[in-house]
Write a protein that binds this ligand. Sequence first.
Ligand SMILES: NC(=O)c1ccc[n+]([C@@H]2O[C@H](COP(=O)([O-])OP(=O)(O)OC[C@H]3O[C@@H](n4cnc5c(N)ncnc54)[C@H](O)[C@@H]3O)[C@@H](O)[C@H]2O)c1
Ligand SMILES: O=C(O)[C@H](O)COP(=O)(O)O
Length: 526
Amino acid sequence: MPRVLVTEPIDPAGVAILSQVAQVDQRHNLTAAELQACIGEYDGLLVRSATKVTQGLITAGHNLKIIGRAGVGVDNIDVPAATRQGIVVVNSPEGNTIAAAEQTVALMLALSRYIPQANQLVKAGEWNRKEFLGVEVYKKTLGIVGLGKIGSHVATIARAMGMRLLAYDPFISQERAEQLGCSLMELEVLFREADYITLHIPKTPDTTHLINRESFKKMKPTTRIINCARGGLIDEVALVDAIKAGRIAGAALDVFEQEPPAGSPLLLLGKEVVLTPHLGASTIEAQSNVATDVAEQIRDVLLGLPARSAVNIPGLSAEVLTRLKPYLELAELLGNLAGQLAGGRVETLGVRLQGELANNASQPVVIAAIKGLLGPALQERVNYVNAALEAKERGIRVVETRDESMRDYSGSLVITAQGSQGEHSVAGALLGTGELRITSIDGFPISVAPTRYMLITLHQDMPGIIGKIGSLLGSFNVNIASMQVGRKLIRGDSVMVLSIDDPLPDGVVSEVVQIQGIQDAYVVNL
Ligand SMILES: NC(=O)c1ccc[n+]([C@@H]2O[C@H](COP(=O)([O-])OP(=O)(O)OC[C@H]3O[C@@H](n4cnc5c(N)ncnc54)[C@H](O)[C@@H]3O)[C@@H](O)[C@H]2O)c1
Ligand SMILES: O=C(O)[C@H](O)COP(=O)(O)O
């Protein structure tokens, strides 16, 4: 039975799902060294934001097939390292959207009305009403940085509270922003106009310290900032200085550059700041959603099925897989065949998607062709996760073309492998019954069902040549299951495809190429 390690608390619903297919170990307080020491025993790892899934940990996890993040942000996981090792990384992109948006609005209101500070004083026996004169959010301007899932829901709530909405998100259309009642603008303008600024972007090298010392200089002294996205988006030292200097009015933070923020000067600030311990996703509903979502994906991957929200195999959801499955098999087979015909080092792999395959949702078909090409060399080390990266790292250029107008089959593929020993192309399609067919080799039309062992020749079409090959194979006790010739001209260059029942014994090919008229012969094992 596979084993899954859960390193942080998750909803029991997730554990129940994992237990259907795996032995689940919940070990929540492992040190980095303890985790490193035991990770090699596990097929799956499930984390939240506190576990640092580093390159070293991934290397030690030599049995890992999947890393699940019960939440959105995968910045605590070295995704490129997982990809290189062929490990699927999944998250729950929508499970905690509402929770994080509501936490953002709660923080905005808490900051405006000093609710945590007032609560603390009342509990301490004080009744100080003068100290907590707040501000209203009604008719104030909210600047939303990142108008994705959480930013959009914040916009919807804030709009209902009568706020004017500005947004900065270079990857969102004007139309989408308008639907949400937001005016899209440059960040600098948003800094100048907003009374509240809320961040809803991922942490990347580009967004680290997006809000910095210079940014604060552009804001109004009444501006309040909310960060419920990721620590490190705001330069905390600059933030503390800006608040102390009265450059801005305050901040509410759920996330920190270092968590917990032990020793941070933020902890010494007064009522201008409200701090929560990364609680954005901490609702009963969100925790149930994310645990279920990610556990189901881990279960599916351990059962050999695709994950619906893999962050490193884009587009390979269960729905896409069901639709494309036969084409993925076809692409893998043709990639493998083209690579074997090309023989030596392949420099360029051409993938031509025709007919119904010529739409963007067919991207996994290209990955399948790469997987097929690299399969003979890398065996099970190449998979849908790392195939594209493996090709890139080997300097193999993948050239993709599309032709919607092609109508010979509803969808067909042409794979070309060009390398040190020349170029070969193979085409294939699906029959109405769903069976795979190789429909041409090097441009010669054929219709051959792929089999495990094949002998393919390029030869000149002439009387007697088929008989000679048949006799030769017979003398080696090789049984031919089927044979087909494809040619463009009578007595011209042709291709012959022989399906044979067993692997071809050594020495046969060198004798085949001695037959007069045979130009080349290839042993293919699919
Ligand atoms: N505090 C919490 O507990 C908590 C909970 C959930 C999510 N989060 C965090 O919230 C953030 C947003 O999550 P989401 O689900 O809305 O993600 P999302 O992918 O739906 O949206 C992110 C948006 O940011 C935009 N963006 C990316 N780079 C940008 C840039 N440089 N400038 C402006 N916009 C940029 C993208 O176009 C996208 O629209 C993530 O960092 C996530 O980890 C935190
Ligand atoms: O990115 C997320 O989903 C949030 O930061 C939640 O993190 P958590 O699972 O550690 O609460």
